[in-house]
Design a protein around this ligand. Structure first.
Ligand SMILES: Cc1cc2nc3c(=O)[nH]c(=O)nc-3n(C[C@H](O)[C@H](O)[C@H](O)COP(=O)(O)OP(=O)(O)OC[C@H]3O[C@@H](n4cnc5c(N)ncnc54)[C@H](O)[C@@H]3O)c2cc1C
Length: 445
């Protein structure tokens, strides 16, 4: 008999666990407090329009989330872009993989890049060359910040500012000073050195809410997962089965429980003694990092590019949706500032003015366009902070409580806080639950 499983939270980690377990014949329920699934990777409604919490991108090296998108039949809604545009001084540097085999596939792209001087190109390429042959000591790197590591590797200030910062801060949502070198190095290796496709940038062609509404059709339809809408108030572990109480009083129970909630949502609903148990108590020491998204609607198209980086700007990336106008037909573009600590106290209007100034600098056609509307989205707890020496605060998926498992981007996935990490955690919980019943099944990609 396959177990019944109750999954707390309908973000990507919960969806991944649900899809994998249901495909193996388990009876699965997923409890989510919001109207739509997707959690932090989704969006919200603003009048007649759907706005992304922030554009979410997936890289070609993220095999588990791509597997999940296949399972949910939404892979066709993601477009992959193998060329990465960096805009500066009126010139565009396009980093594209060449016909050269990995890890040399980006070599011609870097050599031709107008953004960097010969010395800067040499610095970047020699660091990639060293990473492709070197075996870094993960224990040492975990104690070191990425900015210390880049300095140790003698990377010039200009290269750090205009290349490494753009790539790393947005991938790990942390400043180089706060970022664990272990994960910074891991991302560089995974994205740039594995294969020509590993750095390809996957962007959904539809608003994120629409993406996960499509996914729900497969999850709740074909796979038969049961959806429960409600806010979980309390988790209870009794002799028989673990259970949860929803705010309105409903009790739900199952053979196994997976929490896919962020640590700050999980801790307060655990039984009081567990909140002080060292296994769970350490989550309190995890910190979070903010992201700011600035959303603009113009009366006309301001770029032909789908996305691009603004090296040297406080704005890291822009995402334009040329075919996705709002309900009034205005042209939509998003700007993203990852690890946006320095703007925590900046007012919305100042941030919007800054966004317009940066757009005019990097995409000069925006000067001719009229702004129709703007909207600022601040995610103060966008992700957990991948600081040095954080590994020991991230819990294993199997807890010390029988039949209770933990998923979520913040658990011990070996990845920074990403959709890939979230999906891997859900898949791993599914594997553990099946294993416990004697079914060996490799789900993780
Ligand atoms: C602005 C922003 C930009 C990002 N950009 C990227 C990106 O480009 N690429 C990338 O890979 N990652 C990105 N991330 C990170 C990515 O969104 C997360 O790593 C991932 O979505 C986390 O999924 P999760 O399932 O672990 O958690 P969540 O998405 O937080 O899911 C938890 C779910 O639990 C629900 N919940 C919480 N408490 C309760 C309760 N008491 N009762 C019922 N339900 C509850 C929540 O509503 C939520 O749906 C970004 C994050 C943010 C915020």
């Amino acid at each position: 008999m396959k177990p019944s499983v109750l999954i707390l939270g309908g973000g990507l980690s919960g969806i991944a666990a649900a899809a994998a377990l249901a495909a193996e014949g388990c009876s699965v329920q997923i409890v989510e407090r919001h109207r739509y699934l997707g959690g932090r990777a989704s969006g919200f409604q603003d009048g007649e329009d759907w706005i992304d919490n922030c554009q979410h991108v997936v890289l070609g090296c993220c095999h588990s989330i791509l597997d999940l998108f296949e399972r949910l039949k939404i892979r066709n809604l993601i477009s992959f872009h193998s060329s990465i545009p960096f805009l500066a001084n009126g010139k565009t540097t396009i980093l594209s993989p060449s016909i050269f085999p990995a890890p040399f596939h980006f070599l011609p792209g870097f050599l031709a890049a107008p953004l960097f001087s010969v010395r800067e190109k040499w610095s970047i390429l020699s660091l990639f060359a060293r990473l492709s042959v070197g075996h870094e000591n993960a224990e040492i790197l975990e104690k070191m910040s990425m900015s210390e590591w880049l300095k140790k590797e003698k990377q010039p200030f200009s290269v750090i500012e205009r290349f490494w910062k753009i790539i790393l801060i947005s991938s790990l949502n942390e400043t180089l000073e706060n970022m664990s070198a272990k994960y910074g190095v891991m991302v560089l290796k995974e994205a740039f050195l594995q294969s020509a496709d590993s750095a390809a940038v996957g962007i959904p062609n539809v608003p994120l809410v629409s993406l996960y509404r499509e996914a729900e059709k497969t999850l709740f339809g074909d796979l038969g997962v049961k959806s429960v809408r409600g806010t979980i108030k309390q988790i209870v572990f009794s002799e028989s089965k673990p259970s949860v109480f929803l705010e309105e009083g409903t009790k739900l129970e199952a053979d196994d429980l997976i929490s896919s909630l962020p640590f700050y949502n999980l801790l307060p609903i655990l039984p009081l003694p567990l909140q002080e148990d060292p296994f769970f108590k350490r989550f309190r020491r995890l910190e979070t990092t903010p992201i700011v998204g600035i959303h603009f609607w113009f009366d006309r198209k301001i770029t032909d590019k789908r996305f691009g980086a603004f090296p040297g700007s406080p704005i890291h990336w822009f995402f334009a949706k040329p075919d996705e106008n709002d309900s009034q037909g205005a042209y939509y573009i998003q700007l993203v500032i990852s690890a946006s600590y320095e703007f925590s106290k900046t007012s919305n209007s100042e941030l919007i003015d800054m966004g317009i100034r940066e757009l005019q600098k990097y995409l000069p056609d925006s000067e001719k366009a009229n702004l129709v509307k703007s909207r600022l989205v601040r995610e103060m707890r966008a992700t957990f902070s991948i600081k040095p020496e954080t590994d020991n605060l991230r819990p294993s998926h199997k807890t010390e409580i029988p039949h209770f498992y933990l998923a979520g981007d913040w658990t011990d996935t070996g990845w920074p806080a990403t959709m890939e990490g979230a999906v891997q955690s859900g898949y791993r919980c599914a594997e553990l639950i099946l294993e416990q019943k004697g079914f060996q099944k490799k789900i993780l990609k």
